[in-house]
Design a protein around this ligand. Sequence first.
Ligand code: SF4
Length: 287
Amino acid sequence: MTRAIGYMDATLFRHVVREVSQYSSKIFLHHFGDSLIHPQLGELIEFARKHGMQTYLSGNPNLLTNNRIHELVDYGLYELVLSLDGVSAATSEAIRGRAASNVEEAERKVRSFLEYRKARNMKTPYLILQFVRQKMNQHETASWLAKWKTVKGIDVVKVKTFVSWDGHDDRINDLRIDSVPEPNVVCDKPWTSVTVLWDGRVVPCCFDYDGLYVLGNLSKQSIRELWSSEAACRLRQAHRDQTLDDIKLCARCTDKEGYSVGKWYYPLNRFLSQRMPLGDEDVIALG
Ligand code: SF4
């Protein structure tokens, strides 16, 4: 990633929530970076909840402090995904860097979260513990599952299919062990969601970590303007026509979610066929 990093300003966040809550009841509070270090995370979760939104957050368990745990529970986060990509320190560090190497501390923090949620007699935030399976950690998959599926209080443990983001970096592509998904799929992201970067720029999907295809900026425009902008319409048309070579963001993407093309009933596929999922995820719901 080469774009500048930063925290989303709280005023901008509130504006985004006011805009988006007119059209959706779900908001994901993470993209590249980790929102668990945002100084105002708790009050922003509360603001979104008070606007009727279910809030989802994915982060690194090592970043949980006691205060942060209290905020996530007390301000009403709906779902928390914690990513632990290894059992051993060596594997965790190789994948997520030094901050993730202290696996004992990560485990203590997961347990602290569960204890606090129980003490508050809350069911939410639902906790999903996640392992993204790829070449560097596949040898630890079974031991990871054996370790976590018995921990009381975790709602779901999930071994997730690896995605290579926009497919431009072969160092990332080479980590894939699952087969590349069905190529003849019309990605439905341009019709279903947007991703807001910390500076207000809006991109079509979360794979756009470098802001390659900017639809506009929510600090200056409304979501309605961005949704029907020339850039958004051009992107949808290119997807419909399967002419993505000129759209750098999408040209090499192999992780499209949507509906198959090439069937006799295309373009009625939204009604007559099933949406293609992104890989086979091993999910164990513990409840
Ligand atoms: S084709 Fe890939 S990069 Fe493009 S919008 Fe769809 S998921 Fe995102």
